[in-house]
Design a binder for this molecule. Sequence first.
Ligand code: YSA
Length: 356
Amino acid sequence: MDIEAALEEIGSAPNLERLQSLKVQYLGKNGRVTQAMKTLGQLPPEERKEKGRVLNEWKRALEEALAVREAQLKEQALQARLEQEALDVSLPGYAFPSGGLHITSLILLELVNIFRRMGFSVVEGPEVESEFFNFDALNMPEWHPARDMQDTFWVDFDRAAEEAFTIQGPFGEEVNGLGGAVLRTHTSGMQIRYMIQHTPPFRIVVPGRVFRYEQTDASHEAMFHQLEGLVVGPSITMADLKGAISELARGLFGKEGKARFQPTFFPFVEPGVQFAMWWPERQKWLELGGAGMVHPYLFKAVDDYRERQGLPRAYQGMTGWAFGMGVERLALLRYGIPDIRYFYQNRLSFLRQFRG
Ligand code: YSA
C-alpha cells in the first residue's frame, strides 16, 4: 500500500461523502490497513514487530489526515452556507398587506365627526326592531299608506319567540307584545327609543344599517346605511334645522357648501322637508334625505310609554327636529361611483381606491 498516495487522496477529498468512503477503504472492517493487521500473526516475530509498528503509524497518520480533512470540509460547508444565507439589508422588504376602512365607514366617520363638532352625541340601536318602534310610534299605523314606502323584511316572530328571541325596549324590557319584528327599514325608530330613555334637551346622531325589501338597481340596495339626527328642547325651531344642515353642507363641501329644502311628507314630521346640498365641484344639487319638525304624535307616544314604565311625562311643551339621510347615496355622488351595488360586492379593486 502506498501510504503517501493514500494521505494525498485523503487530503484532497472533494467532499464529506468521498472522505467517508476513503475512511472505509483504509480503516473500515475490511479496509486495507485493518486487513494487513489481521495478517500480522502469520509473520515471523521479528518481521511482525516491525510491520506492526509501520501499520500502527500508518493507521495514526490516516486517522489524523481524515480528521484534518473532515474539519476542513465542514468549515468550507459552513462558510458556503453563511455566504448563501447572508442577510442583505439593502434588499427591499416584504410588503405586508394591511387592511383599511371601508368606504361606508370612511364617509360615516366624516359625517359623525362634523356633528360631534356641533355638540351632538352618537348613539346606536338594534337592527332587528319591533314593529312598534319602526312604524307605530312614528305615526305609521298598520293601515298607513306610508308603510308601503318602505317595503319591509319581516322576521318570523313566532319562530323567533319559540327560540327565545326577544326584542328589548329602551330599558331592557321585553317588547314582544308590541307587534311583529322587522329588520329596521330606517334609523328613525331610534328617535323613539332615545326619547323614552332620556329627558330633553339633547342632540344626537344615529348611524346604522337599514334593510329594505327592494329590487336593487344602480341607486337602490337592500341593505344600506342611514344617519339619523334628532334635536329636542324647549324652543327648537325649523331655523335650527336649516342651520345644522347648512353647517353639514359646509363640513362636507367646504365654504361654498349650502343646503336647499323642499316640502314633502313623512308621517313623523310636521312640516316635512327633503333636503339637497350644493355640490360645488359639479355645480349641482344632491338629494340627500328627509327632515322636519318632530310630529307631536311622537312626543305623545313617547310620554305614554314612559308613563307605562312609571316615569314622568317629559315631552309636553317640547319641540324638536329630525333628519335621516342615505350614507351610500352621498358616497355615490361624492366620489362619482356609478352603481351602489359595488359597495358590498367585496371586489378589492373597487374597495382599495377608498382606503383610509
Ligand atoms: C325623514 C324625516 C325625519 O324626521 C327623520 C328621518 C327621515 C328619513 C326617513 N326615515 C327615511 O328613511 N326616508 S327615505 O325612505 O326617503 O330614505 C332616506 C334616504 O335613504 C334617501 O334619501 C336615500 O338617500 C336613502 N335610501 C332610501 N332607500 C335606499 C336608499 N339608499 C340606498 N338604497 C336604498 N334602497
